[in-house]
Design a protein around this ligand. Structure first.
Ligand code: BT5
Length: 269
């Protein structure tokens, strides 16, 4: 059962109501759930309109892509899922989520972040000793029937405050507060991310992805020039990331060829 929105979250949502349009209206809050994507999907199946947003303070079964776990300890992060129904926006939701997180976090806190294809939001930096650390992740899950796409649940997890991460991610994860060295208001982060997402969805609903692609490219310098390893029809190969095409696929130069990577595993060197 949804609970009352914490008052600072309600205030931040009110303050951004005009910019958010229908995104985050209604917003439901639960202190703990298995996965906000599951909860949002249940709401969507019962007819919840586009923009319906579920926010939790903790998840007991938060997930990433390919069956991976999203570590979601209580009170240390924002775990949210948004119902999207627009079919034109659907193919671009992972990119739109990444841009909305990077821009919303910057607007709310001043922290600059970068995007790592396809769905990681990370601290800026180079590899090696100042390796990029993951602050947020985006998971878009589509539901279709014989009549076509019904809805997409756009799940976003953002680390707000430091936490004892499991050893396998301890040196690869960070939080907004750890990077800034001060406290921040999670309600403002939520509201600004939703406002940035609303702007992207409005343009996508008009069939215009050009602004989103330009913003994504500017926020993802590693997508052009970094050495990567990826799965190709000929097996696993090493190449040079050469940007994304207008459908959001990663282009990788492997010797004389350009491979188009749509999904799957890319290892950044
Ligand atoms: C993602 O997957 O990055 C998408 C994460 C989406 C989480 C949100 S929270 C709200 C909604 N409800 C859900 O159940 N999910 C969404 P992927 O690219 O597969 O990355 C997963 C990997 O990130 C893991 O295997 C770890 O290596 C790392 N990881 C896990 N938890 C992390 C955390 N809290 N911070 C940084 N890295 C983490």
């Amino acid at each position: 059962m949804p609970e009352r929105l914490p008052s600072e979250v309600a205030a931040a949502l009110d303050a951004t109501a005009a910019r958010r349009r229908h995104i985050g209206t209604p917003a439901y809050y639960v202190s703990e759930t298995t996965s906000t994507n599951d909860l949002a999907s249940r709401y969507a199946e019962r007819g919840a309109p586009e923009g319906t947003t579920i926010v939790a303070s903790a998840q007991t079964a938060g997930r990433g892509r390919l069956g991976r776990t999203w570590y979601s300890p209580p009170g240390a992060g924002l775990y949210m899922s948004i119902v999207v129904r627009d079919r034109r926006a659907a193919p671009f939701l992972t990119l739109a989520g990444g841009v909305a997180v990077a821009e919303g976090v910057r607007a709310a806190t001043g922290l600059p972040l970068e995007i790592k294809w396809p769905n990681d939001v990370v601290t800026p930096g180079t590899n090696g000793p100042t390796r990029r650390r993951k602050i947020a992740g985006v998971l878009a899950e589509a539901s279709s029937t014989a009549e076509g796409l019904q809805h997409v649940i756009l799940g976003i997890g953002i680390n707000l405050s430091p936490s004892a991460y499991p050893p396998e991610i301890a040196d690869r994860a960070s939080s907004i507060e750890a990077e800034l060295g001060r406290g921040i208001d999670g309600g403002t982060v939520l509201a600004e991310v939703l406002a940035a997402l609303a702007a992207e969805l409005t343009a996508l609903a008009r069939g215009d992805a050009s602004g989103l692609l330009a913003r994504w490219r500017r926020l993802a310098p590693s997508a052009s020039g970094a050495t990567v390893e990826c799965e190709t029809p000929a097996g696993r190969s090493s190449g040079i990331a050469s940007g994304i095409d207008d459908d959001g696929a990663l282009l990788v130069r492997i010797g004389p060829r350009i491979e188009r990577i749509i999904s799957g595993e890319v290892t950044w060197k």
